[in-house]
Design a protein around this ligand. Sequence first.
Ligand SMILES: [Zn+2]
Length: 272
Amino acid sequence: MNLSTLAGNEKIKGQLSLQERRRGLSHAYIISGPAGSGRHTLARLLAAAMLCTAQGERPCGQCAPCLKVAKGIHPDLSVVTGLEEGKPITVDQVRALRADAYIRPNEGERKVYLLERADRMNSSAQNAMLKLLEEGPRYAAFLLVADNPGGLLETVRSRCEELVLTLGGCDQGGDAGGERLALAGKLAQALESAGELELLETAMALSGKRDELSALLEAVEVELGNRAVRGGDRRRLLRAAGLVRQLREAAGLNVNAGQLAGWLCAGMFDSL
Ligand SMILES: [Zn+2]
């Protein structure tokens, strides 16, 4: 498997690659770990790997399905979030998902459902999910992203494989995780209050971080969200968070980091 855009977490990458070669990917994973550890990156990579049509290593990042996953427009990938910001996925949403799962894939061989904050679902929603995990169609796959896997029912957990991420780099020794958080903090600060030139300078630091770009951007997005919650220029912070989200998707497409920095500045200053 090609999981190079996920920083650190070598053990999990090795484990998934081996699993894919030997018996194929599982139909259900719980992906957890601290903010900035790459949960969303890994969930996207797994979804892309399941839908990728390349012959070689997957996800290839180049084929039409991979590009559609990166842009968030693949018809066989459904990302399910709460109906409102911060609200958990409801039992009705899971029922709708269940009905959808029985409609065959549109384009590929599989249908993938990515559930955000799955651990916050109440027990009715989780029980509805459980039925789907037990009896769902063979082509359906489920990626449950969780802050705290302990919030999921044992019965749900026992039907999924658990992937627990660490802040990237921590399992390779060194302090890459701490370094990334520091850089993410600097970037978030610049996005919140710096002028154009200063932002461009700060953002150019991305160019040395190619391997962990995606995890770094995820950490920046989290930091921007935290700043917006704490107060500050909410409009600017949310705009920045939206831009960073777009960049994360583009980062999966192997775009040059210098281009990303330019894009970030243009996005912040063009019509602010
Ligand atoms: Zn592909």
